[in-house]
Design a protein around this ligand. Sequence first.
Ligand SMILES: [Zn+2]
Length: 290
Amino acid sequence: MPELPEVENLRLSLLPALVGARLNRLVVYHPDVLINPGELDPVGHICLDIQRRGKYLRLCFDNDLVMEVHLRMTGHLLLRLDESILPPSYPHSEHIHVGYEWEKDGRAFLLLYQDTRRFGRIELISHTDLDARSTGSGNLGPEPFADECNADYLCRRAVRHSRMPLKSFLLDQNVIAGLGNIYVDEILFAARLNPLRPAAELTVDEAERIVSHMRRILKLAIAAKGTTFRDYVDGHNLKGSFQEQLFVYGRGGEPCRICGTTLANARIGGRNTVYCPTCQPGTGAVQESP
Ligand SMILES: [Zn+2]
């Protein structure tokens, strides 16, 4: 699933084409991916900006409408700038659910929403209602780079979750917006904290390590254009390269890059978790037999 660095990189890849472009037509092949269709219409309107909140991408139009995209597992937004595939001749596959037909500076181009598993959603909502609602992105915690997302905040939030493992705590989008399985495993490894430790035991010093490594790792991942572990690509169908810098995610059973210990796999809150029992000692650090 794309996490903050991947959605941010997708945003950056779409900005030059979409900002200032007029949406001439919206072709919806599978209406079930749209939430609130018809209440506000983006057709005929200009995209003013693309914003990101957590793992959500927001296309902001000049009529107060926001088209908020949540890619979930396998959603992609792909630009098609080649004139040979412009409407009405462009190929339609069963995995393309929405086609956006744009025009900018006298040139037409396409943006396709493609999603093989069709878990992703596109919500049409007025800008004024965005943060007022308690569903979807209205229910998110602070952004990792926001000043309020600091060690004191994490400790305050953590004490409410008596036995919740640190891994599940950091995955909770209501605590911090934008982290997922890849980056939580990497952050806890860098902070030398065991993912099975109860969040409520978090000290201020440990929370500071989480915040500083979280920001450092997310910046590195954005600079590397995200992690392509399975199928993430940006708006130009380009893969990221941060998978080459991962220390633990996807490396269960392989030697730790720091100490050589075999990395352990654990199931935490239904999510596969990889950690180093030596670098991340503590509750639940079960050394796997060699
Ligand atoms: Zn290690």
